[in-house]
Design a protein around this ligand. Sequence first.
Ligand code: AKB
Length: 325
Amino acid sequence: MAKTQETLLVTGACGQLGTELTAALAQAYGANRVIATDIRQPQNAAHTFERFEVLDITQGNEMAEFIQKHGITHIYHLAALLSATGEQKPMLAWQVNMQGWLNVLEVSREVGIQQIYFPSSIAAFGADTPRENTPQTTVMNPGTVYGISKYAGELWANYYCHRYGLDVRSLRYPGLISYSTPPGGGTTDYAVDIFYKALETGHYTCFLDAETRLPMMYMPDAIKATLQLMQADQSAIKVRTSYNLTAFSFTPAEIAQAIRQHIPAFEIQYAPDFRQAIADSWPATIDDSQARMDWGWQPDYDLAAMVKDMIANLQQRNSQIMAIV
Ligand code: AKB
């Protein structure tokens, strides 16, 4: 359990993962022990942070002052540009994803941060990687700027752990599906957008083709995995680059069919764009047996359970909005 002197910093707290991870950390460690930060002020009603500050992670000196001023002991470094945005703004993606991460690692070494979390992604793999049951250790060769920054970030995590003894831990998330805060700029975003369109219009035009299979996970499982990894005993953590992690894989056609179990008239069309090539370079299914073996990873949600819960929560939110209007 949390020690009272722990103070946690979350960067990128207003993002899809940050919103829910910050809430879970506040629940686990106490809301007054968690400082949520992002590049701009929160815009979404789901952001009910007890403590929030604007922080630009690309400014190393600013970050170092912030960490010292607030007596930060643990960092969850979530701020990053995702795959699709990264392809549109490659230099900005590199600056934010790589320089931001190096700033975190350097200040952590200097001030002796106790524990650091770094999210990696299936994007760290590339077209030369085996697509089915992708192993923990294999050919990487990522083809996107986002993927290159995540793979390089994993190697830096491993380096700072072995060279300086920093307790850095990481997961290679698959596509994350959630209803609190929409994702922004990713290739797996279609698997969230589809729910909004199914409920609003009964129709969705997908930017990936019908048979593109990708690994995915419902947000409660992603949060559970992250807390479980970070709370595991040091001796259990055998991988210091990043752990493979998955819950299930599906295609756009399969998730559409699962949505039809609840909304029978739902229709989907396909108009693949530049994101198709990104998806085609990623694994279809992931072997996460190392995470299961080392720290007991086990997901709770399959595709059907996730779809049911997503629709129930979005319908509930829509009826609350209607009641207010
Ligand atoms: C993206 O699509 O860019 C992200 C990811 C798989 O890391 N959701």
